[in-house]
Write a protein that binds this ligand. Structure first.
Ligand code: APR
Length: 179
């Protein structure tokens, strides 16, 4: 599995699944959530509302992930995940790592072969880009070690050169596992 980091807008990525840094309500917000909903169109919100009406009446728990279609995005799916909110005292790295591993479980389960992630929790939810990069890279590498044929590509799509730099440094660090 190839893991890469690029600077750019996640809404224009040509991948099978785009991961959204949502909130538990799944009913949209600002940041990357707002950008994805704006680019995907109102069908995405309708699909999220349907999830709330059916399988997720209490919303999506922090650290979990759920997929919908992707509306007008180039991707086939949006995988919504809810990062830990440092402002609310959610500073457990296991919750953040779970966003990445659960999103990969969901994407791979649908047959996605390429997945784009934003820096979940590095914006409104107040985690440092360095911490997000460290835990995101470790989580994805660990997932790849246990899912050798899980997906072909994970692309971290970062919205600024500064955050890109933190992910590049994390990717240059020691790889987990035997590789
Ligand atoms: N493409 C890629 N990355 C983006 C984009 C974009 N179009 N827009 C924003 N980002 C980056 C931000 O710069 C930040 O580095 O995504 C990262 C995550 O920031 P947020 O979108 O604020 O997500 P998060 O910190 O997880 O907070 C989630 O914010 O938007 C609301 O509804 C959302 O309540 C939820 C909370």
């Amino acid at each position: 599995m190839r893991i890469e980091a690029v600077a750019g807008d996640i809404t224009v990525q040509d991948v099978d699944a785009v991961v959204n840094a949502a909130n538990s309500s799944l009913l949209g917000g600002g940041g990357v959530d707002g950008a994805i909903h704006a680019a995907a169109g109102t069908g995405l919100l309708a699909a999220c509302r349907e999830l709330r009406r059916t399988t997720l009446p209490d919303g999506l728990p922090t650290g979990d992930a759920v997929a919908t279609g992707a509306g007008r995005l180039r991707a086939r799916w949006v995988v919504h995940t809810v990062g830990p909110d440092a402002r609310a005292g959610q500073t457990d790295p296991a919750l953040l790592r779970s966003c990445f591993t659960r999103s990969l479980d969901v994407a791979a389960g649908l047959g996605a072969r390429t997945v784009a992630f934003p820096a979940v929790s590095a914006g409104v939810y107040g985690w440092s880009a360095d911490a997000v990069a460290e835990h995101a890279v470790a989580a994805v590498r660990g997932w790849a070690d246990t899912h050798p044929d899980g997906v072909d590509l994970v692309r971290f799509v970062l919205f600024s050169p500064r955050v890109l730099g933190t992910f590049e440094r994390a990717l240059a660090g020691p790889a987990s596992g035997s590789r």
